[in-house]
Design a protein around this ligand. Structure first.
Ligand code: NAG
Ligand code: NAG
Ligand code: NAG
Ligand code: NAG
Length: 545
């Protein structure tokens, strides 16, 4: 009797102790919905889990037993990976499609590189090298998110010096501590349902409550653009914090029968929010309200903040929440002419030209949309199979040579069958003009084992990254922003892989035919069959004629 009562008491006490230990952990969720100029709707789910009292693991301590951490809200599977490899800051993104900066403006989460991108800041230590831990991190994350980012290997890893600055703070583990960056991208890797499922598993309420209940794979992977991002950072004030984000751009006009751009949660996600996540400290939906159109939004937002309607999901009387936006117009008129106000300060386009399989020319053109000068960092990483000829580098502005606009250039040449090329420089874009940069490249001749399984598609080359440094007066708002150019495909000399296949098919057919005939002759027995004596006669007739 007595021990049972004690057990019951203990069981009753467990939820309270859990809650008490929770106090350092916090979970916030936010959904932003932004109608775009071209009738599309950009949505971003952001889940932030923070451990206020935690610090990234010091790489010097990697051989010792780790200090225990709280994992009531912070996902254990990800936390273990980060501590095992003593990662201070990590950013992983998996996206499908090309973010159209010109039409959609700057994304809410900068990580919109096509395909997979991973970068991490790690402390240096003699105990285990950064490259070893980087390899472990890649493979662990590949396993965790079911993505082939394990192939982000040494052939794709670089350490750009100026872009990819830490977004949080870097702790000082000892007086001579240094942190280093590793960066890799793989444009051919796409996001799919098998990546979303492990993503949802990291959330405290999974996809059963809160805004995450809208993450419906059938609708998300039908969107024009979609991608997810996992960002882990540390700062003195908020400790270790994890930001999980999912972005998608929907096209309600395409889905509507009457060519209208109105949308609701039901039409976008095929779901509504019916339950709030009980462990979320803050849970809200923010809808950008259109500026130059007559509209109506139901239900009425809980509050308004600077042209944004805010819905608080913690208010129980709002549930189920089905935010719906209607426009007072019969059909949506696509903006045919480029609207006057450019959304982006600059727009970039990159192409690889040249019809031969050994040489080509890389062209980059950047248009400055503003009436002031813009300075940016330009980073180009290429797998070793594309080599730059820097002496052919040319910069022109409106047809005039302006090689002085590229400064602080660094170049890491590629190593055949190994290290990739890294090219970095500072570009100055003169006001309201287009800068064109071009240089010759050569394409390598690969060993036959180095070709990808679908060799005919060509190789996807990583996007170039442009990081604005300052743009006139609003320089502060541009920190940490990155603009990616679309990935390009390169066609290298490919052996005719169909040749051995043809030979095998041809010889197999011949062998089958010959073997079949001979086997037939050897095993079949010929016998005369008499059916009422008529068959014999006709057969004989046949033989005679
Ligand atoms: C830092 O300094 C300590 C002692 O001064 C030395 O043992 C250690 O190797 C140094 N670490 C690094 C990463 O340079
Ligand atoms: C959500 O709102 C839309 C538009 O007002 C409506 O068509 C739909 O039936 C609503 N769905 C639910 C489940 O209330
Ligand atoms: C690429 O740049 C070169 C040299 O500036 C130019 O002659 C060529 O027309 C450009 N090609 C494209 C496709 O823009
Ligand atoms: C930006 O700063 C320059 C001087 O540095 C000033 O002439 C210009 O008017 C400012 N522009 C705006 C939009 O404030």
């Amino acid at each position: 009797m007595y021990p049972t009562e004690l057990l019951l008491l203990l069981l009753a006490a467990i939820p309270y102790t859990c809650l008490a230990s929770n106090s350092a952990e916090r979970f916030d969720e936010l959904l932003t919905v932004r109608p775009l100029r071209d009738g599309r709707v950009a949505t971003r789910f952001s889940f932030i889990i923070s451990q206020a009292d935690a610090q990234p693991r010091a790489p010097q301590m990697i051989s010792e037993e780790d200090i225990p951490q709280h994992y009531s809200l912070f996902p254990l599977s990800l936390g273990q990976v980060l501590r095992e490899y003593a990662v201070t800051e990590a950013h992983l993104s998996l996206n499908a499609g090309k973010w159209d900066y010109g039409r959609w403006g700057y994304p809410d989460d900068s990580a919109v590189a096509p395909g997979a991108e991973l970068w991490a800041w790690m402390g240096d230590s003699e105990l285990s090298s950064i490259d070893e831990r980087w390899k472990g991190l890649r493979n662990a994350l590949a396993g965790l998110f079911c993505a082939s980012i394990g192939s982000l290997d040494e052939l794709r890893t670089t350490s750009p010096a100026y872009a990819f600055r830490p977004e949080g703070a870097l702790p000082r583990f000892s007086t001579n501590q240094t942190h280093r960056l590793r960066y890799a991208s793989l444009p051919s890797e796409h996001v799919c349902t098998e990546n979303l499922t492990p993503f949802l598993k990291l959330l405290p309420c999974k996809s059963s409550a809160g805004i995450a209940s809208l993450l419906n794979p059938h609708q998300l992977f039908d969107a024009d653009w979609h991608g997810m991002g996992i960002h882990v950072m540390w700062s003195e004030a908020s400790g270790v914090y994890l930001q999980l984000s999912f972005q998608a751009v929907f096209d309600p006009v395409r889905l509507s029968e009457k060519q209208k751009r109105e949308f609701s949660f039901q039409s976008l996600f095929d779901r509504t929010i019916s339950k709030a996540c009980p462990v979320a400290s803050e849970s809200s939906v923010e809808v950008d309200l259109p500026q130059n159109a007559a509209y109506s939004i139901t239900p009425e937002p809980s509050s308004f903040r600077d042209k944004v309607g805010v819905f608080d999901i913690k208010e129980a009387q709002r549930l189920p929440l089905n935010v719906s936006m209607r426009y007072a117009e019969m059909v949506f008129q696509y903006p045919l002419d480029p609207p006057d106000a450019q959304l982006m300060d600059f727009e970039a386009m990159r192409t690889l030209t040249g019809s031969t399989q050994s040489r080509g020319r890389l062209n980059l053109s950047i248009r400055n949309n503003r009436a002031h000068e813009i300075r940016l960092i330009y980073i180009e990483t290429m797998p070793w199979l594309v080599t730059f000829y820097l002496h052919t580098l040319e910069l022109t502005v409106d047809g005039r040579r302006r090689d002085d606009l590229l400064t602080r250039m660094t170049y890491t040449p590629p190593e055949a069958h190994g290290r990739p090329t890294l090219f970095e420089g500072r570009l100055t874009l003169p006001a309201a003009s287009t800068l064109r940069l071009s240089m010759d490249v050569s394409k390598a001749f690969l060993r036959y084992t180095e070709h990808p399984p679908d060799a005919q598609r060509g190789w996807d080359l990583s996007p170039a990254v442009l990081v604005p440094l300052s743009a006139g007066n609003n320089s502060a708002s541009l920190r940490g922003r990155r603009v990616y150019t679309p990935a390009v495909l390169v066609d290298v000399a490919t052996p005719d892989f169909s040749m051995p296949y043809n030979v095998i098919i041809m010889s197999s057919t011949l062998i089958a035919l010959i073997f079949g005939t001979i086997f037939n002759l050897f095993t079949r027995r010929f016998k005369e069959v008499n059916i009422d004596g008529t068959t014999e006669a006709s057969e004989q007739d046949g033989v005679i004629s």
